[in-house]
Ligand binder design. Structure first.
Ligand code: BG6
Length: 485
């Protein structure tokens, strides 16, 4: 590759979510969120991760009654709520141009259906956004990142209930008006496809044993699509400068073999993943999902006017997370399996895996970019990509995370190739930026940061922040506009 192809206004940045970073789960009027009742797996008698990420009504009630942070790592996060000023200074030193973060809905409307917003919550983000702008950092804000108010889960049935659309609209309107001029880039729902993969995490849909969970999950997803379109409409009305994006966990599938049946299976799996962006970018449900509903007895309640709302309020850009690729096979039992956070997949013999079993596939990010660009022709934004690893702190306090540098270098190198091929990419925000609690395993020790946070899985530690080797590397890359990759 020759000169760095990254545009001069490229949004180099880092990313995290409120429920994994902020902590202070009950401070200043915040209500409990769905993430605050997700326990630390090792501390409980759970059999697998899906059970942890998908608690039963009994588990939720038990957790909601528990006071304090012990056993519930997301209540503690990495203390961003109390350390944000120091963290913003570190981000400014890193030279980032964008911070992708989320607003905890339960700081603004503690129960989700409160008559008035919580002023203390609004002030927190206002101060943060103001400071970010002063430091030349553009906030890229997700409205909902796995953190709906718990009250909406337990009393409304989560997103399966149509009433939640209106409550979200009010929340969206509140933050759009309050942060007009401070926030220009909005994302509506994080990884919206999670709602049909892990319905509790994505849509607050609890497994109550009634067996109709997929019906409720698809209904929840439909409500989120409508809510997202309405929020996009509001954003454009309130601030004509605002740009709104959807957010997809891009799950790029390769065929396990050149057997046309495997190739067709991979195409099917890719198309099912892209149903979400088909709706949010093109404005309509594609045939493949209608067939899936028909064949699986799913009957969606689509209210009059919904399809028009979806068609008229498509997004301005498409953002996505990319961590790994998956493999499709008509008969997956012929192959071994490996992991991911929300799923496992057929093992790809050509790829190495991370400590947590995720395929490492830098070329895949180029394929994902090119493919999304070809299909949609709207600006793209990589808002999550990063390596979860167990870092070692040396005696002098340093963390030499060469493996993370290598991961970023290889992925960004492929991103550069895609840009050189003409892909319109707005930015790249590396996941974590600073160590945070893992979404799936709730571990602090599965570290994603370029800044180390002295906290362990139980939340013990000083909370001190220390830049890792990757911090300096990324600072140089940003300063050079990608030339020093
Ligand atoms: C994405 C989520 O799926 O993956 C993040 O949007 C999450 O919230 C990230 O942290 C990495 O997954 P995990 O489970 O390792 O934290």
């Amino acid at each position: 590759m020759t000169a760095a192809p990254f545009p001069s206004d490229f949004l180099w940045g880092v990313a995290f979510a409120a429920n994994q970073a902020e902590g202070a789960y009950d401070a200043d009027g915040k209500g409990l969120s769905q993430a605050d009742v997700v326990p630390f797996p090792q501390a409980m008698d759970y059999v697998d991760l899906h059970e942890v990420m998908s608690p039963t009504p009994e588990r939720i009630a038990q957790a909601a009654a528990a006071v304090g942070t012990a056993g519930y790592p997301k209540r503690n996060g990495s203390l961003f709520y109390t350390h944000w000023e120091e963290d913003v200074e570190l981000f400014a030193r890193m030279g980032i141009r964008a911070l992708r973060m989320s607003i905890a809905w339960s700081r603004i409307f503690p129960n989700g259906d409160d008559a008035e917003p919580n002023e203390a919550g609004l002030v927190f983000y206002e101060r943060l956004f103001t400071r970010l702008r002063e430091r030349g950092i553009e906030p890229v804000v997700t409205m909902s990142h796995y953190e709906m108010p718990l009250h909406l889960v337990t009393e409304y049935g989560g997103w399966a209930n149509r009433a939640v659309v209106r409550l979200f609209e009010r929340y969206a309107e509140t933050i759009l008006r309050r942060y007009r001029g401070l926030v220009r880039y909005w994302l509506t729902f994080n990884e919206i496809n999670t709602t049909v993969i892990e319905p509790y995490t994505g849509g607050g849909v609890v497994d109550d044993g009634t067996g109709d969970r997929m019906q409720r999950a698809y209904q929840a997803l439909h409500h989120q699509f409508v809510a997202s379109a309405l929020a996009t409409k509001l954003a454009h009305e309130i601030d004509p400068e605002a740009k709104v994006g959807c957010m997809l966990a891009r799950m790029l599938h390769y065929p396990a073999s050149s057997d046309p049946a495997d190739v067709q299976q991979a195409q099917h799996d890719n198309d099912m993943n892209l149903v979400h962006t088909d709706v949010q970018v093109r404005g309509a449900y594609p045939g493949i999902i209608r067939r899936y509903w028909r064949e699986n007895g799913i009957e969606l309640q689509i209210a009059e006017g919904d399809e028009r709302i979806l068609a008229e309020n498509t997004v301005d850009f498409l953002s996505f997370s990319y961590y790994m690729t998956l493999v499709s096979a008509v008969d997956p039992t012929k192959y071994g399996a490996t992991g991911g956070n929300l799923f496992s997949t057929v093992k790809n013999p050509h790829l190495e895996t991370s400590e947590w079993g995720w395929h490492l596939d830098p070329i895949g990010i180029r394929i994902a970019l090119t493919d999304l660009w070809t299909r949609y022709q709207v600006p793209l934004f990589i808002v999550e990509n990063g390596l979860g690893a167990s870092d070692r702190v040396e005696e002098d306090g340093s963390v030499r995370d060469d493996y993370r540098i290598d991961y970023m270098r290889r992925h960004l190198g492929q991103v550069a190739e895609a840009i050189a091929d003409g892909v319109d990419l707005m930015g790249y925000t590396v996941w974590g930026g600073i160590d945070i609690v893992s979404a799936s395993t709730s571990q602090m020790t599965k570290r994603y940061g370029l800044i180390h946070v002295d906290l362990d899985d139980e939340g013990n530690g000083t909370g001190n922040r220390t830049p890792k080797a990757s911090f300096d590397w990324y600072r140089r890359v940003i300063a050079s506009g990608g030339a020093t990759l």
